[in-house]
Ligand binder design. Sequence first.
Ligand SMILES: [Zn+2]
Length: 623
Amino acid sequence: MVLRAGDLNPQVLRFDRADPVIAHAANELRLHLGGIVQTGNAGAEITLESRGGNGDGFTVTVATTGVSIVGEGSRGALNGAYWLLEAVGFLWVRPGETGAVFAPGKVLGEGSYSDSPSFPTRTLILGNDALHDEWPDWLEFASRNRLNSVFFHDTPPSVLDRGGASRPATAEGIAEDGKGWMFERWDRDGTAILKAAADRGMMVQFGGHHLPALVLRAHFEQHPDWFPERDGRRDGRYNLCTSSSGAMTELRARARDFFRRFRGASTYHLWADDILGGGWCSCRDCAELSPSDQALQATNVLAEELATIQPGSKVAHLAYHDTITAPAVFSPGTNVSALYAPRNRNYAYPINDPRCPRNREDHFGDLLQLAETFRGRDLAAFEYYSDAILFKWMAPPNLGILPFDASAYRQAGVTDFGNLAVTPRPWIGPTWHAWWFARCAWSTDADGQTSLRQFCEAAFGEDSGNALQAFRSLEEAYLKLLDLGELQRIPRHDVLDFSDSPRDGLARKAHELGEARDIFRGAIEAFGTGKDALGRAFASELSVQSAAVEHLSARIRAWDAGLDGRAREAGSEIVEARNQLDVIGRWAAEHSPAAYANLSRGMLRAARWHTEQIARTAGLADA
Ligand SMILES: [Zn+2]
């Protein structure tokens, strides 16, 4: 006996109505199965129950008489409901209604099926206003793909007090303001967000680089000693002096305001300034403390205040840039968790791959140290698989590295595996990168080729063969593009801006980028134009990624040619690099709601600046 979607009767459900998560699971089964034409023998009854624990695992038992879903906890039962829906043909390939797709023909045999997640916490990090504007869709997408945590994070950082100003309606207004608007979003929707998350058994995390904002720079004139000493002088820029009792008193008071205003999160993030080098204090009392210790000292104070306002919640200590190494002097408070963010790693190799010393020694080594310092506490990995800022408008599939990353993180003791979604432009069509992350967060044994086939069949229907071929080529192109090789990073430049040091490393990179560009062109040809709505959207998605690949390739090839004195070649590559930025700008203007402008405008400006720097190096600058 096998069951098809049409054999399941959505009207015959037994469940505990008093449990909101179980009730939500029942609603989801009704919503999805209610749209399916019932077969003649429809009527397999579904029952839903929770064993009352906290686990996210489940057992689904399929028999001729019906289907029983039993969760370790109620979120486990909800996961079981989604497992069942997937087994009979449903998949959620992008946020929103268009992303819930059904492929008929799947059958489920009699038997008992059990599953449980590789990580207790699996987090989708929503990193900018435009994504927050669509939070109901993204939260549902995360929940249906069995993530159990959503993190409201803001890039660029929001402003605590705007004196009542409201968010501009136009892209120009947003760009001119240049800051984030997450705090206003939370003031308006926070209660609804907490309710939606609770109904799905999900946690909420909240915050970003907000530590410096708690000690207003306006205090500098009256209290210069609250601020860091640099080169023998107090400096009102970046962070604070954690040895100053005045600064710490102020920090405590403002932290209390923050936790009261943004009540309800399970973990808060109040990180230091997002800079590399020069952010911390070298006064007599701080001089011996590393940036990590200064940051942890501040975080411990925040955590003490949080414990009095919202016991049970946590504050994260961020290991990133200057604070990537573990603190050595101070110990984390009992409600301080660790958050490891390896933004400068190499995305062509898994995080612990012995073939990539940059990842294995420089980054993964830091994580292992951090795990030791934070033993017994939550340890989160803040990963960047859906970061179109880091990836410069592009969207690598991360097909090969993600399961290896997941395994490495699990072995290192990571309890919360998170994926930052942040972007200067909307993702059009199916969001493979976010879907595939969720897959690997659920199971470190996820199989890339099987999952890719399943995704393509659901998302692209009769185009799925072309899509599979296109994705395999995209993977190949991006591995070449993303490999940092031995190139050293230029301070305050982003990793994919690459560098000319060592010089032959740049020559190799230029060559690789040419190859990546050619393979990318092949991927676009393989996919074609797309026959249905999701396919047509994906063709457009590929066109903006293509412009970004062509731009970066031309820019780096111009750099290499210019340094070699191949002036004509450098000249034509510079023209191409400029043209492709215009293509990106036009695409963004056509497809992006205004809210993207606080990221897109600055990113285009930076890319133009880098391009003209290279033009100058090659003696090709515009007059
Ligand atoms: Zn100091």
